[in-house]
Design a protein around this ligand. Structure first.
Ligand SMILES: [Zn+2]
Length: 211
């Protein structure tokens, strides 16, 4: 994986425009972006960083990039909030995310997360698709994401995460890296690195639709 210093040398916004030209390859595509956790559900917390903040920050960057290319972007949250009313269960929060997707008429659903495990040496992104269904979206995103940040990553796997299996549309859940890895945690909090992640996911989404 590239270290943050190396990432800083790359202008993702500039590259993005060069690579996809001035056309709007995502015109009329509806994309639901789901920044995982939020509010009382912070997700993983390490080294003073919260997963929910990283997920939201990358999602907001990705929203901007998608919109520039013509996509209509629907976010499950744009602030540090939980989706279900106070006092609700985590299940209700997850259900609310799927409800946003179901009522949106969206083409795809992309949930953004970062991972948190006891082994602090694990690093790099992994992408998940709903068990028993197509891996196409997750594969397209994983391929361009690892290419963008110059790492092998941890591949594409089926999973039974609630927001994947209860969604009818093509869906992917992206673990963008490990917050439990101290070096990667610093990268994940870095603005330029977050732009790289958003750029990699963006290109994966473009590739998915252009197949
Ligand atoms: Zn998470």
């Amino acid at each position: 994986m590239l270290h943050c210093d190396a990432c800083h040398q790359k202008d993702v916004d500039g590259c993005c425009y060069e690579c996809v030209g001035v056309s709007k390859p995502l015109l009329d595509k509806i994309v639901v972006l789901d920044p995982g956790h939020g509010g009382i559900y912070s997700g993983g917390v390490h080294y003073g960083f919260r997963e929910s903040d990283i997920n939201l920050s990358v999602a907001l960057k990705l929203r901007k990039k998608l919109a520039r290319l013509g996509a209509k972007v629907i976010m499950t949250r744009t602030r540090d909030v939980n989706l279900a009313p106070p006092g609700s269960t985590l299940g209700a929060d997850l259900r609310a995310r799927v409800d946003v997707a179901k009522t949106s008429g969206a083409d795809i659903f992309v949930s953004l997360h970062v991972d948190d495990v006891p082994n602090i040496n694990l690093e790099g992104p992994a992408s998940y698709f709903p068990e028993g269904r197509s891996s196409g979206l997750a594969s397209a995103i994983q391929t361009s994401l690892v290419n963008e940040i110059c790492t092998d990553g941890n591949g594409v796997s089926p999973a039974n995460f609630y927001v994947l299996v209860h969604n009818d549309m093509p869906a992917a859940l992206i673990e963008m890296g490990y917050l439990s890895n101290p070096a990667e945690a610093l990268c994940l909090m870095d603005n330029a690195y977050q732009n790289l992640l958003a750029g990699g996911i963006l290109r994966g989404i473009i590739n998915y639709f252009q197949k």
